[in-house]
Design a protein around this ligand. Structure first.
Ligand code: CP
Length: 311
């Protein structure tokens, strides 16, 4: 297993063998999870703390499940009832957790770069669970694993990432991962929601859904992140759905065997029609969640192997 770092802060900078090895290990955990077996000794005696400064359902729960399945002591720190509310800084909070000899620190924060800053101050291995508009590396890993399970490969696939690209850390991590692994990535959305850096990242830009979806193997929809928008970047939810919401008519432009993905949480009727989100053969949204547990087990596995014992 080749993984060159102490932390997982971003997909950017990882080489194809690092990503492929992580996905292979995650695949073995996916099979183990489906068989009902666990591997409770690997993280025995290790402490994992989930430190989430932003809301989460999937990521926090799956890190908890992944840690417990590997035998770690898992603590979900409730930021809303912590001393952060009394003015304690991010770094002082981290130093406090460090003094308790936490081994693995899973951090979600509204500021891009916050997990990276923490990683310079604590002894624990830090995992970025989503920072601002920067990256969400384990989401990209679970997306890639889901795609690979359905298509058998990543190289050469046409992947259309649609909607609010500008505010999406999921899009950014996926653009890095998929281009690194040889996929042909398109971003599709209104000009106000496509970041200027898209061209630099080696992706094709489309403002028309039907053109962007034409011949796609994978259609990845994203949530409109109104909480990160400073102004009216889209006219209304109804207008957005008309031009950029995925429905049967627009999906018909992708390959007939294409799969539909969404990282969640979904806004039904805004970026995706319910009939597509719940489609029994095209939608793989539930499987993405399942693969999230397997990928997080793989990440905890590789990072913990590099940690000293008896800290
Ligand atoms: N995809 C994702 O990060 O979901 P949560 O916000 O529920 O963790």
């Amino acid at each position: 297993m080749s993984y060159p770092r102490k932390h997982l802060l971003a997909i950017e900078g990882l080489e194809p063998p690092h990503i492929a090895d992580l996905l292979d290990l995650a695949e073995s955990y996916a099979l183990l999870n489906r068989s009902g077996k666990t591997q409770r000794d690997l993280l025995k005696g290790r402490t994992l703390i989930n430190l989430f400064f932003e809301d989460s359902t999937r990521t926090r729960t799956s890190f908890e499940l992944a840690g417990k399945r590997l035998g770690a002591d898992v603590i979900n720190m409730s930021v809303s009832t912590s001393s952060v509310n009394k003015g304690e800084t991010l770094l002082d909070t981290a130093s406090t957790l460090n003094a308790m000899h936490c081994d693995l620190l899973v951090v979600r924060h509204g500021q891009s770069g916050a997990p990276s800053l923490l990683s310079q101050k604590v002894d624990a291995a830090v995992i970025n669970a989503g920072d601002g508009t920067h990256e969400h590396p384990t989401q990209a890993l679970l997306d890639a694993l889901t795609i690979r399970r359905h298509k058998g490969r990543l190289e050469g696939l046409v992947v259309a990432i649609c909607g609010d690209i500008a505010h999406s850390r999921v899009a950014r991590s996926n653009m890095h991962l998929l281009t690194t692994m040889g996929s042909r990535v398109r971003v599709v959305g209104p000009p106000t929601l496509i970041p200027a850096e898209a061209a630099r990242l080696g992706v094709e830009v489309f403002h028309d859904m039907k053109a962007g979806l034409a011949g796609a193997d994978v259609v990845m929809m994203l949530r409109l992140q109104r909480e990160r928008m400073s102004g009216g970047l889209v006219p209304s939810a109804r207008e957005f759905f008309r031009f950029y919401g995925l429905d049967a008519e627009k999906l018909a432009h992708a390959k007939p065997e294409s799969i539909v993905m969404h990282p969640g949480p979904m806004n039904r009727g805004v970026e995706i029609d319910s009939a597509i989100a719940d489609h029994p053969t095209r939608s793989v949204i539930g499987e993405q969640v399942e693969m999230g547990v397997a990928c997080r087990m793989a990440v905890l596995d590789v990072l913990s192997r590099q940690l000293p014992r008896n800290r």
